[in-house]
Design a protein around this ligand. Structure first.
Ligand SMILES: *Cc1c(COP(=O)(O)O)cnc(C)c1O
Length: 498
């Protein structure tokens, strides 16, 4: 059966194929693509538990990307999940006293965005071929730290693509910054922005929806696409590792067929946890989805009160990829909560734009009972890194620590003993200063790579090659701009002429 995609905000617009949705990123009306009907998948876990990551990924993604041929989709998967990952398991589980950690940081940039962004360029170039797109694709991305590097790692030197990444100048870690400004590839550009991630993201959205600018691009044989987590080419690959996790837990006899699990997800843009929610809709036995936030706890308040309110102070925390006040992918959840009502979804999103907040009704709130939401502040995050290390001789990064701390809050508040999988979204080597402070009480922030060498020493693990490769790598990107100047920077990078 063919799976088509429609906008969250417009019921009348014509549905598009998966490959068209991947190429376009956002819908023309500014909404997000969602399946017209959620595909059904035969989740035969007895069989899935014997499959490789690549095979599970194929089984999960095929019904979503139904206009790709088997050969096309398998080729994309094989090019994505190869030796770039430092373990053949791709997404291994690590047991702890509290349950399991699902490690999503074994890709080229040692963070979870690699899971989808290793695949997206291949999906996109395949989709371009299928749709006879003659223009070069321009990937425009706002990043809170990890997306930018992971997207560039995926797109670097991919023919007929260009990628321009904007990051908040003061909102990323030294390692993240170093990773970005040393990015190679003739088709890559990296720009530091004054302002925070939400500003960067909303400006990127505005540029996407700027018809005149799009026309100017088209005259120059370019077309925009998005690598942000709103692209279904990002979302769908993330469903695969939740199915794989359950299959592996069965394989390791940690659970029995049909047992429910809890999944705790460190959440920013709501992409990763939405993928878990989609997995549940497909039939994954899930008890609670735990939505974990840092001090920017707009989602915690939303789940607890039904009111989403971004009119609040913005904090830069030790888990910068979650420093977000507008979680774009939440729109897809809202769409489901309204019972696929695009009028209502559109109204809520417009209210958010004009007033900075919205409230959902009681019927919609009742649909949220499958979620638990909580947050960990900076002190709780540090304490959690320390606790997990003491109890398990295992080192987690600050994002993972937020999810782990909130999962513990949940257990203490409810007494629920369901096996919990905490999603580990970054390697501790991505945030060495915070981790060293938590483990050894170090107060002094040092240069990224030096800090990593000290961390490697302290926890007695080798430096990942993603870090050692940075040593001596030249800075290739020095552009800096204000949000208002983003269009002219893009024009400059693409050498546009009107
Ligand atoms: C992006 C990111 C998150 C947040 O994921 P969302 O899909 O945006 O909710 C959490 N942790 C890390 C390390 C990330 O890079």
């Amino acid at each position: 059966m063919e799976t088509l995609y429609r906008s969250t905000r417009d019921a009348a617009a014509k549905a598009v194929t998966a490959s068209q949705a991947i190429l376009q990123g956002l819908t023309p009306d500014g909404g997000l693509y969602v399946p017209v009907e959620m595909p059904t998948i035969n989740l035969d876990f007895a069989k899935l538990s014997t499959f490789s990551y690549q095979e599970v990924a194929y089984q999960v993604m095929q019904p979503f990307f139904s206009d790709f041929t088997e050969t096309e989709l398998r080729a994309c998967i094989d090019q994505a999940y190869d030796k770039k990952f430092d373990t053949p398991a791709i997404a291994p589980l690590r047991q702890s006293q509290d349950g399991y950690f699902l490690e999503l940081f074994h890709g080229p940039t040692i963070a979870f965005k690699d899971m989808a962004l290793s695949l997206l360029p291949h999906l996109m170039t395949t989709a371009a071929k299928k749709n006879q797109v003659a223009k070069d694709i321009v990937i425009l991305t706002a990043t809170s730290g990890d997306t930018g590097k992971a997207a560039m790692a995926g797109f670097a030197d991919v023919p007929h693509t260009k990628i321009i990444v904007f990051y908040p100048r003061d909102g990323v870690s030294p390692i993240q910054k170093q990773q970005m400004v040393t990015q190679t590839g003739a088709n890559t550009a990296v720009v530091a922005l004054t302002g925070n991630f939400d500003q960067a993201q909303s400006h990127v959205k505005a540029i996407f929806n700027d018809t005149a600018f799009r026309q100017e691009l088209a005259r120059n044989h370019y077309q925009f696409s998005s690598a942000n987590s709103i692209n279904i080419g990002r979302l769908v690959p993330q469903i695969a590792y939740y199915i794989y996790t359950y299959a592996q837990l069965l394989n390791q006899k940690a659970i029995q067929l049909g047992d429910k699990i809890n999944i705790s997800v460190p959440t920013g843009n709501f992409g990763n946890i939405l993928a878990a929610y989609y997995a549940k809709l497909l039939g994954l036995p899930v008890n609670k989805l735990i939505c974990a936030s840092n001090r920017n706890n707009v989602l915690t308040d939303f789940f607890r009160t039904g009111i989403y309110n971004r009119n609040r102070e913005f904090f830069v925390t030790s888990s910068p990829s979650m420093d977000i006040l507008v979680s774009s992918n939440l729109e897809r959840l809202l769409f489901r909560l309204t019972g696929h009502n695009s009028e209502q979804t559109k109204r809520l999103m417009e209210t958010l734009t004009t007033t900075g907040s919205y409230a959902i009704n009681e019927t919609m709130r009742a649909e949220l009972s499958g979620f638990y939401a909580g947050y960990a502040d900076e002190a709780a995050t540090t304490k959690e890194i320390n606790r997990i290390f003491r109890e398990n001789q295992y080192t987690i990064d600050p994002h993972t620590a937020v999810a782990s701390a909130v999962a513990r809050q949940y257990r203490e508040a409810t007494g629920d003993k369901t096996l919990t999988v905490t999603v580990a979204t970054a390697s501790p080597f991505k945030f060495p200063n915070t981790v060293l402070a938590a483990l050894a009480g170090e107060r002094e922030a040092t240069d990224g790579v030096l800090a990593d060498e000290r961390l490697a020493n302290f926890i007695n693990l080798p430096l990942p090659s993603a870090v050692s490769d940075l040593i001596g790598a030249p800075v290739l990107h020095k552009r800096e701009t204000t949000p208002e100047q983003m269009r002219s920077i893009i024009a400059d990078v693409l050498k546009l002429h009107a």
